[in-house]
Design a protein around this ligand. Structure first.
Ligand code: XLS
Ligand code: NI
Ligand code: NI
Length: 433
């Protein structure tokens, strides 16, 4: 029995219907997978993936309340539910998962690994039948009590060893399922009190842990992109992978930058006090934007609400950056997002994904118009014309000296005042939305 017959009998096939009115939500108004824009199909620009932990394991439970979302695939023993979930998850082009979402943790490492083998055998079989692929795999190194003081940054090397054994298995599973990326999210790699923490030692241990992962990846011939996902806090008070710039500095400091890119989650970016698009743009400027956890927070809250991204301004800015860097492959747009615990219908889960996919398709179309039109890019270029010749060009080449700069000022005097025209840029940007 297919997942459609087993779990989603009443869900229609979602097709592209550009004429759809506001109440017609069971279709894409903007997302048309095969449509080619700037040399790539929408499907290739966007590379959507559905995440396991929210969409298939999520129950709506929070720190103050019991589960509200009752899903037919979450019934039975932990292993029975794990197998039902795999079948339910096979409706989308890509998926992402933590090792422990896929199969329950056993009482020993060996038992956990056996569980994972059993469920991923089924996943592989379904992948082959359906053509669905893994966008990325990650290891859950934060839920089990052993990880309460960190995984690779734990003061106890025994815990680091456990995390290493888990990652080793995770990499084997990534290879088996042909995952295109492997993510490290360090939720407990950080501290609650600086008084009990040797920061220098912990950072070094984490770097060496990553080096071991790189070595093992090469040894088994696993051909996938490693990604680090920054987040400033939650669950720790301070997390080492604070934001894009901290992770890039860490990678460069420890000589790891060749082996990693970043998986940027905008809700984490806003949690760090930046604007929605900040880390996307920063990571991309360094050639380090590897993938996106496409979600959003609430600007008025200080935590990770993992909402579905629905704001067209945001999706336009993200897609503009992705187009400018030539695409996001082998990464993608992973919906690390959950329906609200009050959105209790199974239909809500579909409407959420359809709406967010359409929001990104619209963002893509807007960004394409903006770039092809050339007006805004031209205006940005214009601001920097002084670097295209003479002294400016020498600065770009790195051959100018302070003496050259001084001589230039003595010759030409005071620079003229030039408007930054922010409101002009903002007004033009709005015309594309
Ligand atoms: C948590 C993170 C997590 C990672 C994968 O805030 O977003 O879900 O994406 O471990
Ligand atoms: Ni995430
Ligand atoms: Ni998150």
């Amino acid at each position: 029995m297919s997942a459609q017959e087993e779990f989603f009998k009443h869900i229609p096939k979602i097709s592209y219907k550009p004429s759809a009115g506001p109440a017609d939500l069971w279709c894409f108004k903007h997302y048309s997978a095969e449509e080619v824009l700037m040399g790539k199909s929408m499907e290739d620009w966007l590379r959507f993936s559905v995440c396991y932990w929210h969409s298939f394991c999520g129950t709506g439970a929070d720190t103050f309340g019991f589960p509200t979302l009752h899903r037919p695939w979450n019934e039975g023993t932990p292993m029975e539910a794990a197998k039902k979930r795999v079948r339910a998850a096979f409706g989308v082009k890509y998926y992402t998962f933590h090792d422990r979402d896929m199969a329950p943790e056993g009482s020993t490492l060996e038992e956990s690994n056996r569980n994972l083998d059993e469920v991923t055998d089924l996943a592989l079989q379904l992948q082959n039948q359906t053509g669905v692929n893994v966008l990325w795999v990650t290891c859950n190194l934060f839920t089990h009590p052993r990880y309460m003081n960190g995984a690779s940054t734990n003061p106890d090397c025994h815990v680091l060893a456990y995390a290493g054994a888990q990652v080793k298995k995770g990499l084997d599973v990534a290879k088996k399922l042909g995952a295109q990326n492997f993510v490290f999210w360090g939720g407990r790699e950080g501290f609650h009190s600086i008084l009990n923490t040797d920061v220098g030692a912990e950072l070094k241990h984490m770097a060496n842990f990553f080096k071991m992962a790189v070595k093992y990846k090469e040894k088994i011939g696993l051909n996938c992109q490693f990604l680090i996902e920054p987040k400033p806090k939650e669950p720790c008070k301070h997390q080492y992978d604070y934001d894009a710039m901290s992770v890039i500095a860490f990678l460069k400091h420890y000589g790891l930058e060749e082996h990693f890119k970043l998986n940027i989650e905008p809700n984490h970016t806003t949690l760090a006090g930046h604007s929605y698009e900040h880390d996307i743009v920063m990571a991309s400027s360094f050639g380090m934007l590897g993938s996106v956890d496409a979600n959003t927070g609430s600007a008025d809250l200080g935590w990770d609400t993992d909402q579905f991204p629905m704001d067209i301004r945001n999706t336009t800015l993200v897609m503009k950056t992705i187009i400018e860097q030539g695409g996001i492959q082998p990464g993608g747009l992973n919906f690390d997002a959950k329906v609200r615990r009050e959105s209790t219908n199974l239909e809500d889960l579909f409407i959420a994904h359809i709406g967010a996919m359409d929001a990104f398709a619209r963002g893509l179309k807007n960004a394409v118009c903006m770039i092809q039109d050339g007006l805004l890019p031209g205006m940005v270029k214009e601001r920097y014309t002084s670097y295209s010749h003479g002294l400016g060009h020498k600065v770009v080449l790195g051959s100018a000296t302070l003496e050259d700069l001084e001589a230039y000022v003595k010759e030409t005097g005071e620079p003229k005042i030039t408007s930054g025209k922010q409101e002009t840029f903002e007004s033009i940007f709005n015309r594309y939305l």
